[in-house]
Design a protein around this ligand. Structure first.
Ligand code: RAT
Ligand code: ZN
Length: 413
């Protein structure tokens, strides 16, 4: 008998209550896991593209293995210099990543385990020494059917892409790409707001409205450095005030701010070379207060900013915290951040997005999210039961619907 029961007082009422609670908790765990598994997610931020975008729509083993999260780990374990690595073909790079991180080392990091989980989901042997069988498998897939299967395995209904109209590779493809309702658009503003362009605020506003309507964008988005300050003096803030925020208001869509990225701290390793930093979130306070007719989806990259983001969300209903972004998308961080958000905001937040760049990554990223959320939610309901209110399956379904779907749908409509 466990210590808990042997220590229980002889009082039979208390013992019975304790046993009931234990039974409820066991049952609760199963119900929470079932509800999480069966609720179809809307994945609100990815870098995936609909198949109509041709070579931008990445999938398959070579892309999975050359994901920049894995490349960052490769340079720690293989004696190769970045310039030598970039001189290789994509399949040579994938071979090297596999050999280094999956054959010579055990794949225990989040990103390496993720690749294993993807192979496993397709019923492949995860311990091959070379990529031949994996390449054969992916080559044999027909993309439309493969996408359907991947979405089913991931338990997702649709994803939101990242679409920058100033990206010279992407923008011409909008002339020909067939719309696919499973891939919604988000108008990304990074080039407009973070690089030098000649747009006046008036031009920028017209440009954004035209493109947002053309893409049927569900929101506009920008990633911002840890040093981001919203003031009336710099060009970015002027464009935000006079172009982006009015365009969002006119179109009735939110603006997503992803704050805390320090780009190119090690440019030699390209996409893997960005880092994170703690931001001053008083700019969020100013934006939410000064622009009450705008809605802001906000994700912050630094662990240290998470709590104050929750505090601001309690002050401003036009602020929707979302996701555990990038370096935070690890079970330990997701658990901590989600617990904090549930405690401070109930279900009025969006717990996660995948940030997937390669199609099949949604399988492992959403599997991991569900696995981490299950005990966090179970514990929340257990505490509620101890405090005097037990929940039903319908209550749990209602909460998970909000977290996985309706908070986003309501905020973007
Ligand atoms: O998570 C990532 O893949 C990063 O490289 C970034 O793309 C980040 O998510 C972003 O949207 O800027
Ligand atoms: Zn991203």
């Amino acid at each position: 008998m466990c210590d808990f029961l042997s220590a229980a007082p002889s009082n039979t009422w208390l013992l019975q209550t304790t046993i009931n609670l234990m039974i409820q908790t066991l049952n609760l765990e199963t119900v929470v896991a079932e509800v999480l598994a069966s609720t179809q997610v809307i994945d609100i931020h990815t870098h995936l593209f609909a198949p109509g975008f041709g070579r931008l729509a990445l999938w398959g083993i070579d892309h999975l293995l050359t994901y920049h999260y894995l490349e960052a780990e490769l340079f720690r374990s293989a004696p190769i210099r970045p310039e030598q690595y970039w001189a290789l073909s994509i399949s040579q790079r994938a071979d090297l990543v596999w050999k280094t991180l999956f054959v010579e080392n055990n794949p225990i990091s989040e990103a390496t385990r993720g690749a294993i989980a993807v192979l496993n989901a397709f019923g492949l042997n995860t311990s091959e020494r070379t990529l031949t069988l994996y390449r054969d498998f992916f080559r044999a897939q027909n993309l439309p059917d493969h996408i359907t299967r991947v979405f089913q395995l991931a338990g997702i209904e649709s994803v939101v892409m990242t679409n920058d109209p100033l990206d010279p590779e992407e923008s011409p493809l909008w002339d020909t790409a067939t719309p696919d309702p499973r891939f919604q658009a988000a108008l990304r503003l990074d080039r407009l707001l973070n690089q030098k362009t000649t747009y006046t605020p008036d031009d920028a506003r017209r440009f954004l409205k035209t493109w947002a309507m053309r893409m049927r964008a569900v929101y506009m988005a920008v990633s911002l450095p840890d040093s981001f300050q919203f003031s009336t003096h710099d060009r970015r803030s002027q464009l935000l005030t006079e172009a982006v925020l009015p365009a969002c208001r006119d179109l009735n869509i939110p603006l997503s701010l992803m704050i805390g990225v320090r780009r190119h701290v090690n440019p030699a390793i390209r996409l893997a070379g960005d880092a994170s930093g703690r931001a001053d979130l008083r700019s969020i306070e100013t934006l939410c207060r000064e622009f009450p007719d705008n809605r802001f989806l906000v994700s912050v990259l630094s662990r240290e900013n998470q709590h104050e983001l929750c505090v601001y969300a309690r002050k401003f209903a036009n602020l929707m915290p979302f996701g555990c972004w990038w370096f935070l998308n690890n079970p330990s961080m997701v658990e901590e951040i989600t617990r904090e958000r549930l405690e401070m905001l109930g279900t009025s937040f969006i717990p996660q997005h995948s940030d997937a760049r390669i199609l099949e990554q949604v399988i492992y990223k959403w599997r991991n999210t569900r696995r981490t959320l299950a005990p966090v939610l179970t514990n929340t309901y257990r505490l509620l039961a101890e405090d005097g209110r037990s929940v039903t399956r319908a209550d749990i379904e209602c909460d998970v619907q909000r977290l996985f779907r309706t908070n986003f749908q309501t905020f973007t409509s």
